[in-house]
Design a protein around this ligand. Structure first.
Ligand code: SOE
Length: 383
């Protein structure tokens, strides 16, 4: 058997995403045996020595670090994977690129466009492979939607509708900031649902339906003050708890987007529906293996929404898993992304979304937040 080339990973973080990414690296060898590269879990890094040591042991990293700068300077690491909170993305990514390392960054690329631009420049100047983990592109049903849209079956697109609904911050006693709750702290997260949830919807939308030209948005912060875990005092909440925007796409279609953490009963309902001249398509994360499709050219007596169970071996990614008809889940989206990244090292083709591509999502997020604050339509800056 041909010897595999090693991709030695140094991962920063030890939370939810650190587990999702690490699991992905561990599955590659078994389920994508054709790849020339094999990930090696070289080092994991986080500030708390006891906790990061336990993480390294549990997930079988060879070593651990408590200072990301030290990890970035190690010459036995090829790629830095950033699973740290948003305020850390830019500094780690830029240092990693300058040290000649490939960079895989959790979404969103950064807190702002201003912070994202030097990240894009750093990876491009260093010529290092890079990608941003917008994992939902790699749900097989979503990839299939992309293939159907690109085949032209929908015809001219009129409408793009998307949601990402959650309910986990309704309790006013929930503090902001600190471990586990940094998503509620503006300084760490950069924004609330816009950067955290809408960014996913925007990335998927740009991928499926092209660029967004301009936006008009409203945001709301329902709970105005919360205890801050770092200061121990009650502080003003400065993130957006909910955001709704509408927009024009460059292809002439209209977009309607909503994200909130206050939709009681919804845990992670990410959806999209696209209405074209000849056909429509819709998908939601709670039933992620199904893609609904309506084709107006069907004979009228049987015409209706079909629900395609995306689990057959000729559908995207499925041939790498089990037998046709049985399901795969959330963690597989990360395995697919990691596999596509490794494949990109073989082919030399970039692994989408690259930092530059993810910058466009950042620009839309910023236009959305500016529009809400200024109560005005905003043109999205050119990526
Ligand atoms: C927030 O709850 C969150 O974990 C996001 O940060 C992720 O990006 C999203 O995929 C699921 O929800």
């Amino acid at each position: 058997m041909k010897q595999k080339r090693k991709l030695r990973i140094g991962l920063v973080g030890r939370g939810f995403m650190a587990r999702a990414h690490t699991n992905a690296y561990k599955r590659i060898g078994d389920f994508f045996p054709e790849l020339a590269y094999r990930p090696v879990l070289k080092a994991v890094c986080a500030r708390n020595a006891e906790k990061v040591s336990a993480f390294a042991q549990q997930w079988q990293y060879e070593t651990f670090e408590t200072d990301w700068r030290k990890m970035v300077s190690r010459d036995d690491i090829d790629a830095i994977d950033i699973c740290a909170p948003n305020d850390m993305h830019a500094k780690i990514a830029i240092a990693a690129a300058q040290a000649g390392k490939m960079v895989l960054c959790e979404k969103p690329l950064a807190r702002t466009v201003a912070e994202s631009l030097p990240m894009v420049e750093a990876v491009e100047q260093a010529g290092v492979a890079n990608t941003v983990w917008y994992n939902y592109r790699r749900v097989p049903a979503v990839t299939l939607a992309k293939q159907i849209i690109d085949s032209g079956k929908l015809g001219r697109i009129f409408h793009y509708r998307a949601n990402f609904l959650q309910d986990w911050t309704i309790n006013p006693e929930l503090p902001q900031g600190g471990e586990g709750l940094w998503r509620l702290d503006i300084d760490t997260a950069g924004s609330g649902v816009t950067g955290d949830l809408l960014a996913h919807c925007i990335d998927t939308a740009i991928w499926l339906n092209g660029s967004i030209k301009d936006v008009s948005a409203v945001t709301e912060t329902f709970i105005k003050e919360r205890m801050h875990q770092d200061s121990g005092t009650v502080e003003k909440v400065r993130i957006d708890d909910a955001c709704i925007f509408h927009c024009h796409f460059a292809n002439g279609s209209l977009g309607l987007f909503e994200a909130t953490r206050y939709a009681r009963g919804q845990k992670a309902l990410k959806t999209f529906e696209i209405n074209g001249e000849h056909a429509s398509i819709r998908w939601d994360l709670h039933d992620q293996n199904r893609l609904d499709y309506f084709d107006h050219s069907d004979e009228s007596i049987v015409r209706g929404w079909r629900s395609i169970h995306v689990s057959d071996s000729d559908q995207p990614y499925i041939d790498h898993w089990w037998i046709p008809g049985v399901c795969i889940g959330y963690e597989h989206t990360f395995v697919h992304h990691a596999a596509d990244f490794l494949k990109s090292l073989e082919t030399g083709e970039p692994c989408s979304p690259t930092f530059r591509e993810a910058l466009e999502t950042q620009q839309v997020c910023e236009a959305v937040l500016d529009s809400a604050r200024e109560r005005q339509w905003k043109t999205v800056a050119d990526a």
